[in-house]
Write a protein of this length. Structure first.
Length: 378
């Protein structure tokens, strides 16, 4: 069983938390003037402060977050009052986490406690502090007091963006559900009567086949005319459905890849003028499948999609710089995903191939004829 990899901070924050750890060197340097038990206690408190810093990132919110933040503020007060007032710079750490309170009911009391934790030690130390040192501290104090408001604004914006993304997903699902219901209603209304009629006539033909062959043939011809009419109705219904074009799918693919921090390069004429809606819809589904596999399995940071129009064909190539076919899973799974593409493309006489890239990664190529015969006789 593979061991789970340890992370000091949540991955979603990137390198940001690690950079702030460097500023702990300043209070550690200030402890050099201490001796004996006071030095030992100061080191223990500084280590505990680093633990609170890590735990606040993992807690994020809730009761544990309040407790760790309260302990951090207490450590700032103790280190500033009983050691050196310059330890008040540790308040920048707490200022960051105070800004995580997006709810005003929580932000206001948390900010008040934070401000007192910073101001009280300075007011205690101000009597023995030289004027020039005090003037030097004032700008940092003002920045520290304003800092939570800036962080809170960023946190609120991120929260709104997440809610907006969730709302958009809900809207997309509702649109899909409504479209499916509309199609179901239209199929029932347009095809229900026709199929019932074909069923009745086929039963009649079965009975007349031996008794009245001429009438049975006439009824069979009537079934053919009815089935052709039904086929026209289906085509009309399908033509009214909104097909996704390649250009639209590439725009959605760009959004998905950006969210996964994968750069996208698109080459060629994506409008594909003259290519039928059916062909573009199938090509769009293939692009969606390929991009989804790149995001999930490839480990790539760059993707290239090219659209070419060689003689009588449409060729779309999706290439990534990920782990390639040798990687577990690969950039494109050669399983159900590739099989599904091949099945869709077979409807329009297309094909799909998957190869290793020249410099690693995987290259998926989709080719379809540019002119598809649509005049099928029932």
């Amino acid at each position: 069983m593979a061991r789970k990899k340890f992370y000091l901070f949540p991955q979603r924050f990137g390198a940001f938390p690690y950079v702030w750890l460097l500023y702990l060197l300043m209070p550690a340097f200030n402890l050099q003037i201490e001796h004996g038990w006071k030095l030992l206690l100061g080191v223990c408190m500084l280590v505990l402060f680093a633990v609170t810093y890590q735990q606040l990132y993992w807690a994020g919110s809730g009761k544990a977050f309040h407790l760790w933040l309260g302990l951090q503020l207490l450590l700032i007060v103790v280190l500033s009052v009983f050691y050196t007032p310059y330890n008040f710079y540790l308040g920048f750490y707490a200022a960051n986490f105070i800004g995580w309170y997006t709810d005003k009911k929580l932000f206001r009391p948390a900010y008040a406690v934070f401000a007192l934790s910073i101001l009280v030690p300075l007011l205690i130390a101000v009597q023995g502090m030289e004027l020039e040192n005090l003037v030097f501290l004032v700008p940092f104090l003002l920045i520290m007091l304003v800092f939570p408001f800036g962080i809170r604004s960023l946190s609120s914006n991120r929260l709104l963006e997440r809610k907006l993304d969730q709302a958009n997903e809900v809207i997309k699902e509702m649109v899909k559900r409504e479209e499916r219901m509309r199609i179901a209603r239209d199929l029932h209304d347009t095809m229900g009567h026709t199929l019932s009629l074909i069923t009745l006539k086929s039963q009649l033909v079965e009975k007349l086949a031996a008794k009245d062959p001429e009438r049975a043939q006439a009824e069979a011809r009537e079934i053919q005319r009815t089935s052709r009419a039904a086929l026209r109705q289906v085509r009309e219904l399908v033509s009214e459905m909104r097909a996704v074009s390649v250009a639209e799918e590439l725009a959605e693919a760009g959004e998905m890849l950006r969210s996964a921090e994968i750069a996208l390069d698109v080459e060629g004429d994506v409008s594909l003028e003259g290519v039928s809606d059916l062909s573009q819809n199938i090509l769009s589904l293939c692009i969606k499948e390929a991009v989804t596999n790149i995001v999930k399995h490839s480990g790539a940071d760059r993707c290239r999609i090219s659209v070419e129009l060689p003689a009588g064909k449409v060729q779309i190539t999706v290439e990534d710089n990920g782990g390639g076919l040798g990687r577990a899973g690969g950039g494109h799974r050669a399983g159900n995903g590739l099989k599904g593409m091949a099945e869709r493309l077979s409807l329009i006489e297309g094909s799909v191939t998957l190869n290793a890239g020249d410099s690693g990664g995987a290259v998926l190529t989709v080719v379809i004829p540019r002119i598809v015969k649509e005049g099928v006789t029932a």
